[in-house]
Design a protein around this ligand. Structure first.
Ligand code: HEM
Length: 501
């Protein structure tokens, strides 16, 4: 393994540990790390609603801007002041959620191939948030806004279309025009529109995108920003005065952190750094790519046109195409396809198969290993299926002769008829280890399989044995110990229930 791969792997493990900690604190259903994109959308709504209230009182003029914010902060502290603080903390939290969302997709390797559209549009979303935030600070027109305005003018001065008029406007108090405040407001207000257009592109290839966090989590977020607003309301500095230097302002971790670097490098060099890093990060999906997992093949003659594969696909990669006989058949849109095999698990007619993981090949392998397990004479025996994106087993099962393991690209490619083979062959139990509960690498693998096993999603089980003999659980990469504990506990349960003959 190269040094670079080792670093990536330790980052992934580190993130998995953080998720594990958050799972314990919040449970997988409410773990904020699993809803970062949806939290971003929720915060935009908070910003829009609080922003509309602030706009009602905001005066768009050189003299009125600061006075109206002062009125909201001091005279109307009980409502306007709190809403201003909600707007402020909501915006900070939005940057935090978005940056964590970026880190999550990066370290869990969810940014390549078909996901490049989400990745590149995500970078654009991040830019829109920053631009909106910078102009938001400007609108307040206090000393911080003055510094933001002069430094932004220095930066924009390097962009030919903005340069001259802006620096002239900011040269003295008398040169400042109301028109400038209209432009700033227009930019700050138009960003939500651009945001939603980009968001539409962002989730275009994602089926059933989760754009709303669970209700309890949303209330928790509101509670958190309300709490912050009450204990530390958003501040307002002295009125901006272009005849004086703005003086020192506190460092801002969320929106204005690039400006202090203008002390050390020129505006042109800062532009070069910003542009180069944006290009570099945007190009990540095309760097160091391994071979893309192949798309499944459709055996049209077997397809009954039931649409289950289309409904289950996590990435809008399947559509139904009419055939000559009038009945539709599944068709794969390979540019969107993840090669996860979830569709293979949806199909009860052997009409859709991943190359190298065809249903027939998997069934033969499971049958052969089950027969070997039975012949081994250990009691009770447990057949184990694991998701290749889940727990890192290494050699932990090497000395356990009572189990055999089959790894699949996504646990969602299993279906009840495959899970039942070991038991029909005489194995006592089947343990299925999906990837992280609540954060399936292919989005729905764990959920769809659980529903199929429960009989509430097609293909449903048709078993004549006790259902407790099949157990499904989810584990992240770093949860080998939990995996082992649950596997052993499951085996003990089999023993207690008399499964040892
Ligand atoms: C405020 C800004 C953003 C919002 C509101 C947002 C929202 C979302 C949402 C709702 C999803 C779908 C989640 C799901 O259903 O599984 C998503 C997926 C995704 N986002 Fe973002 N996102 C934002 C910024 C970013 C950024 C900055 C990046 C990275 C550069 C990014 C990369 C991705 C990727 C790669 C996916 C696909 C993940 C997968 O396929 O499992 N997003 N985003």
């Amino acid at each position: 393994m190269t040094a670079k791969n080792k670093h990536i792997l330790s980052l992934r493990r580190g993130w998995s540990r953080l998720e594990r900690w958050a799972n314990r604190a919040y449970t997988p259903v409410y773990n904020p790390l699993y809803h970062l994109g949806a939290i971003g959308v929720f915060l935009i709504w908070v910003l829009i609603i609080s922003g509309i209230y602030l706009f009602i009182f905001y005066e768009i003029s050189v003299t009125g801007a600061y006075a109206s914010v002062l009125y909201l902060t001091q005279d109307q502290w009980y409502l306007g002041g709190i809403i201003r603080s909600l707007h402020h903390y909501g915006a900070d939290l939005l940057v935090m959620a978005t940056v964590l969302h970026l880190i999550h997709t990066l370290v869990t390797d969810r940014y390549r191939y078909w996901r490049w559209v989400a990745w590149v549009s995500g970078i654009a979303l991040l830019w829109i948030i920053w631009i909106s935030g910078i102009f938001g600070y400007w609108m307040v027109w206090d000393r911080r806004a003055q510094l933001v305005a002069t430094l932004s003018a220095e930066m924009l001065g390097k962009v030919p279309i903005f340069g001259q008029p802006l620096s002239l406007d900011l040269s003295s108090n008398s040169a400042l025009s109301n028109q400038l405040f209209y432009i700033v407001l227009f930019i700050h207000f138009s960003t939500p529109v651009v945001f939603f257009i980009l968001l539409w592109i962002h989730v275009k290839r994602i089926a059933k995108a989760k754009v709303n966090p669970p209700a309890r989590l949303s209330w928790g977020i509101i509670g958190l920003i309300l709490f912050l607003s009450l204990i530390r309301p958003a501040r307002l500095g002295l009125r901006a005065d272009l005849g004086r230097l703005p003086g020192a302002i506190p460092f801002d971790w969320f929106y204005l952190y690039i400006y202090p670097s203008l002390k050390y490098i020129s505006a042109s060099s800062l532009w070069a750094v910003i542009i180069a890093s944006t290009i570099f990060v945007s190009a990540l999906p095309w760097m160091g790519r391994n071979r893309r997992p192949p798309a499944p093949e459709v055996a049209a003659a077997n397809c009954v046109g039931c649409e289950q594969c289309m409904m289950d696909c996590p990435y809008e990669a399947i559509f139904m195409e009419p055939r000559r006989n009038g009945f539709p058949a599944a068709k794969i849109l390979s540019k969107n396809c993840a090669g996860c095999g979830v569709c293979e698990g949806s199909c009860d007619y052997r009409a859709i198969n991943l190359p190298h993981f065809e249903e027939g090949v998997i069934k033969d392998k499971v049958l052969r290993l089950s027969q070997e397990l039975k012949a081994g004479g250990m009691h009770p025996t447990v057949f184990t299926f694991v998701c290749a994106r889940g727990v890192e087993l290494n050699d932990i099962l090497k000395d356990m002769a009572w189990t055999k393991v089959v790894s699949v690209p996504c646990i969602g490619m299993l279906k009840p008829s495959i899970a039942a083979i070991p038991i029909e062959t005489g194995v006592h139990g089947v343990f299925i280890a999906g990837c992280q509960t609540g954060d399936c690498h292919y989005r729905f693998g764990n959920e769809w399989l659980a529903q199929r096993l429960e009989g509430i999603r097609h293909p449903a089980p048709d078993w004549d044995f006790d259902h407790f003999r099949i157990r499904l659980a989810g584990f992240s990469k770093v949860e080998a110990e939990d995996f082992l504990t649950m596997l052993n506990r499951f085996r003990s349960e089999m023993q207690e229930r008399g499964m040892h003959g």
